[in-house]
Design a protein around this ligand. Structure first.
Ligand code: A3D
Length: 320
């Protein structure tokens, strides 16, 4: 059986980490693409030279030519610019929108059957732009944000409770950013919902609220520490989990920015919801009942995504 082919568009911090994880997990051969000549080639060679030490088999190719993406099974897009301290994700829109138009055209030409995962920020608007520019079916184009946001939430909760991260599940809805909606009643330790854990005295409501706020601000906390860019290890791991679910038809239930066509009362935009990812791409959107407060949080998030998409349409009317 031929190996899968994984195209990584953008060979920066996340792109390089993605290539390493794809190699270590033997998910397939890697094509690492960037417009900066030498960087994708250099990173690919460096990573390939680590494979004998760690004992994994994959071909890695660095390139600045879209042709090399020909026939890719998965394409993960990180091309663009990240945040610097003091910037919001939305400040990136002008630069990264143009990049999505170029990348979308490249994918449409050379990898029209791929499952495409967008990571570039502002995420919910950029995944919309990428799907529109590429013309690929909506179920084959998703955004990575919820897996990362819920992983941050899980990590903070596991730390607070002093239990394994493996036994903490977390549920996060909405757009990536300040308006994301963590849902405590659907987040658990080994099946016990967070409100019950508060009643059991494992933590206080105040502490839980602080953790939720820290989760919302999770990206900014890391930008503030790094000063020269944004998070990359956890974002890369999150996208690889999505790619793996597609390539192995695992049908994992993961929170992703997915195209909604009526679910949750939303039509024609991408926003974070739980989805099933299998060989068909986004095979199902999981629609849960929201209480009034959760619905209000979700609606606010949707409004902010709609605002970003309207800004994209003004900058690039052809994406309309
Ligand atoms: P960085 O290390 O700067 O890598 C971006 C790469 O894109 C650079 O190597 C650029 O040369 C390359 N690039 C720029 N324009 C093009 C183009 N037209 N075609 C191909 N490549 C191009 O950034 P990074 O890897 O740290 O982050 C990448 C993106 O992910 C940024 O937009 C971040 O804001 C975003 N990000 C999203 C999340 C989410 O959870 C959604 C988390 C962290 C970062």
């Amino acid at each position: 059986m031929a190996r899968s082919k994984i195209g990584l568009v953008g060979a920066g911090q996340i792109g390089g980490t993605l290539a390493h994880l794809v190699g270590l997990k033997e998910l397939g051969d890697v094509v690492l693409f960037d417009i900066v000549d030498g960087v994708p080639q250099g990173k690919s060679l460096d990573l390939a030279q680590s494979s004998p030490v760690d004992g994994w088999n994959a071909k890695l190719k660095g390139t600045s030519s879209y042709e090399d993406l020909e026939g890719a099974d998965v394409v993960i897009v990180t091309a663009g610019v990240p945040r610097k301290p003091g910037m919001s994700r939305d400040d990136l829109i002008g630069t990264n929108l143009k990049v999505m138009e170029q990348v979308g055209a490249g994918i449409a030409k050379y990898a029209p059957d791929a499952f495409v995962i967008c990571i570039t920020n502002p995420l919910d608007a950029m995944v919309w732009a990428l799907q529109t520019a590429s013309g690929l079916p909506a179920e084959k184009v998703v955004g990575m944000a919820g897996v990362l946001d819920s992983s941050r939430f899980r990590y903070f909760l596991a730390d607070e409770f002093n239990v394994s991260v493996e036994d903490v599940t977390a549920f996060v809805l909405g757009g990536h950013g300040d308006t994301m909606v963590p849902l405590p009643r659907y987040s658990t330790v080994a099946g016990v919902p967070l409100p019950d854990l508060v009643k059991m005295g494992w933590t206080s409501q105040e502490k839980l609220d602080q953790i939720i706020q820290r989760t919302r601000d999770g990206g900014a906390e890391i930008v503030g520490l790094l000063k020269t860019g944004s998070a990359f290890y956890a974002p890369a791991a999150s996208a690889v989990a999505m790619a793996e679910s597609y390539l192995k038809d695992k049908k994992r239930v993961l929170p992703c920015a997915a195209y909604l066509s009526g679910q949750y009362g939303v039509d024609g935009i991408y926003v974070g919801v739980p989805v099933v990812i299998g060989a068909g791409g986004v095979e199902r959107i999981v629609e849960i009942e929201l209480d009034a407060a959760e619905k209000a949080g979700f609606d606010k998030s949707v409004e902010s995504v709609k605002g970003l998409i309207a800004a994209c349409k003004t900058i690039a009317p052809n994406l309309g």
